[in-house]
Design a protein around this ligand. Structure first.
Ligand code: SF4
Ligand code: SF4
Length: 160
């Protein structure tokens, strides 16, 4: 399965270090500048997101969030308010290569680059440390097969 975002919002909560608003172009359009690469993008706040964009309470929790990130506390979901016109760096970003869901379909962990596990489930962490972390395999394909087999047997779903 291709990467899909679960809207946890994590990746956008520190992107204020990267994206700055260089200019307000009017009519809800902004010039976004990437402070590291200098790349500039014209992005427009989606009409459907205007009410969220105007609420700045997200920054009380995440002062360094991207200026276009908003969190809907009731839904516990993150939103990119410029989603249809977001910068290229955001279009290309994917935060996992294996997504691990628990028996209720909730996110339990993500395997990021290499074999690093970002884990939100204490049981999964124990399983990982005991059965997977030091596992010897010939190559990456075998590693993925074995990880999938072990976790599936223990009630998780592995998506890649
Ligand atoms: S890309 Fe990943 S970290 Fe970012 S919001 Fe989506 S699921 Fe969360
Ligand atoms: S432009 Fe959107 S996807 Fe990119 S960092 Fe900001 S809120 Fe996140």
């Amino acid at each position: 399965m291709p990467f899909y975002c679960q809207q946890c919002g994590e990746c956008c909560t520190q992107m204020g270090y990267v994206h700055e608003i260089k200019a307000d172009l009017g009519n809800n359009e902004y010039l976004i500048r990437n402070v590291y690469t200098g790349e500039e993008t014209r992005s427009r706040v989606s009409p459907l997101m205007l009410h969220l964009f105007e609420d700045r309470s997200t920054f009380e929790q995440w002062p360094k969030a991207c200026p276009f990130f908003r969190c809907n506390a009731a839904e516990r979901k993150g939103y990119c308010t410029v989603y249809p016109t977001w910068p290229e760096i955001c279009q290309e970003f994917g935060c996992w290569r294996l997504l691990i869901l628990d028996a209720h379909g909730r996110r339990a962990g993500r395997v990021m680059t290499g074999t690093y596990l970002a884990c939100e489930d204490a049981t999964l962490r124990q399983i990982w440390d005991y059965h997977i972390r030091e596992m010897e395999v010939a190559d990456d394909a075998e590693w993925i097969r074995k990880v999938t087999r072990i976790l599936t047997r223990l009630g998780y779903t592995v998506i890649r």
